[in-house]
Design a protein. Structure first.
Ligand code: MN
Ligand code: MN
Length: 295
């Protein structure tokens, strides 16, 4: 990463300088990619996203929010590594996000592999709805003998909240059995092909009516974006979504958002652009939450 980010770039997320206690928003990194099956390296994602975050102005004229004026805490990385099991990583994430949620703060988890999202969702009460943005279904019961494999994330989330509380957007890859299971369990899906064929506003309305007046957690697997925008990821899938489309969806749901994550950024496979997209995405969502008075 030395050639991508200036050497003296701080190691915490830009403008997240407040203490845990005084902050309404808590960022934390999960440097773990042990179950990644294809191109490992998302364990370097949290630090790359932090470094990338210093590229941006603290003020955004579009949201009229200056992040420097707000109380945001970057906890740093949880002490997890590939030396521990996926179950131990899940335990660590669940314990930490529970401590954030108990204090009515908004958790922002930075991956690392996507499996961590299940642990954050499990920290919320079962009435939370989940917008799952992913090229993949992540709906296998287990994968390579591991129930908390990153190929099982949506399945674990459904175990907690139920199949009627999730919406999968951006799908363009699933095993046959996996896809049949999605259908059998009646999971709401907007695949990336129908996404491009339909009016974006219609899909937003569909998500809004499904999640009407309910709290929403947003889980972003960076591979939901087209690899043209996000090449730095373990399992890139062409025919993906555009960043502006995802912004529109998230903006429409902002008043209901109670936490989010961004996962699967692998800085070893690009020139930093995926980390910049991830960092800007985090900043944008934070600005919208603050601008709308959600926090
Ligand atoms: Mn995923
Ligand atoms: Mn994926």
């Amino acid at each position: 990463m030395e050639h991508i980010f200036p050497e003296d770039t701080p190691t915490y997320f830009a403008d997240a300088e407040a203490s845990f206690n005084e902050s309404d928003i808590v960022l934390f990194g999960v440097p773990f990619d042990k179950t990644s099956s294809y191109r490992k390296g998302s364990r370097y994602g949290p630090d790359a996203i932090r470094k990338a975050s210093w590229n941006f102005e603290s003020y955004n004229f579009k949201t009229n929010v200056d992040l420097q004026d707000h109380f945001i805490h970057d906890y740093g990385n949880l002490s997890v590594s590939n030396e521990i099991s996926a179950n131990q990583m899940i335990e660590a994430v669940r314990a930490f996000s529970t401590s954030i949620i108990e204090q009515q703060k908004i958790p922002v988890a930075i991956g690392g592999e996507h499996s961590l999202s299940a642990a954050v969702v499990e920290s919320f009460a079962k009435n939370v709805c989940v917008l799952f943005l992913d090229a993949h279904a992540d709906f296998r019961e287990s994968y390579q003998g591991e129930r908390y494999n990153h190929a099982c994330t949506l399945r674990r989330i459904v175990d907690h909240v139920g199949s009627d509380k999730v919406f999968l957007c951006g799908l363009r890859s699933a095993g046959k059995e996996e896809y049949n299971e999605l259908t059998k369990q009646n999971i709401s899906v907007s695949d990336s092909y129908s996404f491009f064929e339909s009016k974006k506003g219609d899909i937003i309305k569909e998500i809004q009516s499904k999640f009407l007046n309910q709290p929403i957690y947003v889980s972003i697997d960076i591979d939901v974006f087209d690899p043209a925008f996000a090449p730095g990821t373990g399992t890139p899938e062409p025919f993906g979504l555009f960043p502006h489309d995802v912004l529109r969806i998230i903006d429409a749901l902002i008043p209901q958002i109670i936490g989010f994550d961004i996962t699967e950024i692998n800085p070893e496979f690009d020139q930093g652009q995926t980390s910049f997209l991830g960092a800007k995405m985090i900043r944008h969502i934070l600005e919208r939450l603050l601008n709308k008075g959600v926090v």
